[in-house]
Structure formats: structure tokens, C-alpha cells
Design a protein. Structure first.
Length: 261
């Protein structure tokens, strides 16, 4: 019985993100992701020489749009998309002007949006929203879409977890209380994946979701990006843009698309 409970704790499917990201519970659990944090990061990024002049930006996997709004405030012409209709609805309800243009779209389908081909000076992918997919060809398809959307000489920013930091600071179990909901959370790194099992009661019903992203290292990203004529120029380890190390909390890369493409 105990082994079955342990097995059920990590039971999920390859498309786990589609139902989970559209729930009210997801947005309650991660509500602490603030506009102030996003604005501070964008201010740091736009101080980099390569990003000081605003241009046209595509925020891929934008969530509720906090980074997209921060870039728009900084003068960028921002288009943003996410697979979660609930997140895009929330983004559209924000009254900010100028407002980014929002769209519901799966990262894997970006390569098929012909009108975006070669149109952007910067493509951003924040908060570990790239490594969800089990099939290697899906990861390749996503990066190919990023590269296709960039003009020659344009820039790609990828923001991901740092696997070594996750391993050394892992909290295996905890309960997080948000308003009226207790989220029982288990975490592990196993079989090449970083996983978080989340159980909670919502409106009298028991719910269970498992988040999982591939345990991708810095070298994995450098190799993957290079396959699409994207050369990594900067690597940072946190949102203050300090140099990356094995103990950094984040793995952030800024890569440039080849001018000759």
C-alpha cells in the first residue's frame, strides 16, 4: 500500500502543464511572483549594451504578462503569448498603457507563425518555461521557433533553474498555506527531471498536479542553442545579473542569432 501511495505521488502525464496552468489554484500558489521583481529584472537587462535600445520583443511563455508589461514600460514594442488561456485573459485585463499584444499559443507551435518570422530584435523565455516536454524533438522545435522569430543579429534570453542549486537546496516536503488552501508539496530530482508534486483541497475536492521540467544544465543549453545559429554571449546566475556558477539559483543565457543567417 505504501509503495502505491508513493507511486501515485509522482503520477502525471506528459501534457501536465495544460490543465494545471489554467486553474485558479495555480495562480493562487504562485501569486507571489511580483510586478516589482519583473520590473527590476527588466531594468537590469536593459542596462546591458546589447539591449539598451528598445526594439521589437516577443515574450514566449509570458504567463500573466508581468515581464511583457515591464518591457513595454521601458519602451519596447511587445508581443507576448502563452498556452494558458487563463493567464492571457489575466494579462489582457491589466489596464497598463502601452499594453503588449497578447495571444494564446503553445511554444511548440511558434515555428508555424509565419508573420513573426525574422521580425523580433529580442525573444525572451522567462521562469523555466522551456523544459516541460518529454520528446527531444519538441525541445528542438521550440528553440527553432525562437531562432526563426529573430531577425539576424537579434537576441534570445533564456531563464531557467540551475540544476546544481536545486539539488543542494532541495526541500523534499513542505506545506504552503495560501489564503484558505494548504498546498502539500513534495520535491525530487529523478531520472533527468526536476519534479514537484502538489496536493490540495479546492472547493471540497481533492486535487493533485505534478510539475516536471528537464534537468537541463548550462552546457545543454549552449549545445541546443548552437544548433540553431544562436551563440551564447552572456551567462548569469541570478536576476541581479551576477556571473553564473554551479551554486547560482538561476541559469540565464543571452544568445545572439548569427548575422549571416
Amino acid at each position: 500500500m505504501r509503495s502505491k501511495l508513493k507511486s501515485d505521488l509522482w503520477k502525471t502525464d506528459s501534457e501536465w502543464f495544460k490543465p494545471w496552468f489554467n486553474t485558479e489554484a495555480y495562480h493562487l500558489l504562485y501569486r507571489h511572483r511580483s510586478e516589482e521583481e519583473a520590473s527590476a529584472l527588466v531594468q537590469n537587462l536593459t542596462s546591458i549594451d546589447a539591449l539598451q535600445v528598445p526594439g521589437r520583443l516577443l515574450d514566449a511563455g509570458c504567463g500573466a504578462g508581468r515581464h511583457a508589461r515591464a518591457f513595454a514600460k521601458a519602451g519596447w514594442d511587445v508581443t507576448a503569448f502563452d498556452l494558458s488561456g487563463a493567464s492571457i485573459q489575466s494579462a489582457r485585463e491589466n489596464p497598463q498603457r502601452p499594453s503588449p499584444s497578447y495571444r494564446v499559443l503553445d511554444l511548440r507551435d511558434l515555428h508555424g507563425v509565419g508573420e513573426w518570422s525574422g521580425q523580433f530584435d529580442l525573444v525572451t523565455n522567462f521562469f523555466t518555461s522551456l523544459g516541460y516536454f518529454s520528446a527531444d524533438e519538441d525541445q528542438t522545435k521550440v528553440v527553432a521557433g525562437f531562432a526563426q522569430a529573430l531577425r539576424p543579429g537579434g537576441w534570445l534570453l533564456v531563464d531557467y533553474l540551475n540544476v546544481e542549486h536545486v539539488r543542494s537546496h532541495l526541500v523534499p516536503e513542505e506545506t504552503i498555506k495560501k489564503e484558505h488552501v494548504d498546498f502539500d508539496i513534495h520535491r525530487r530530482v529523478a531520472n533527468g527531471w526536476i519534479e514537484k508534486s502538489i496536493r490540495f483541497d479546492w472547493k471540497g475536492e481533492r486535487h493533485h498536479h505534478v510539475e516536471r521540467v528537464q534537468a537541463l544544465h548550462l552546457d545543454d543549453f549552449i549545445d541546443l542553442l548552437s544548433q540553431h545559429d544562436l551563440e551564447v554571449t552572456y551567462t548569469w546566475g541570478n536576476y541581479e545579473l551576477q556571473p553564473w556558477s554551479n551554486e547560482s539559483p538561476r541559469c540565464m543565457l543571452l544568445a545572439q542569432k548569427s548575422i549571416s543567417v
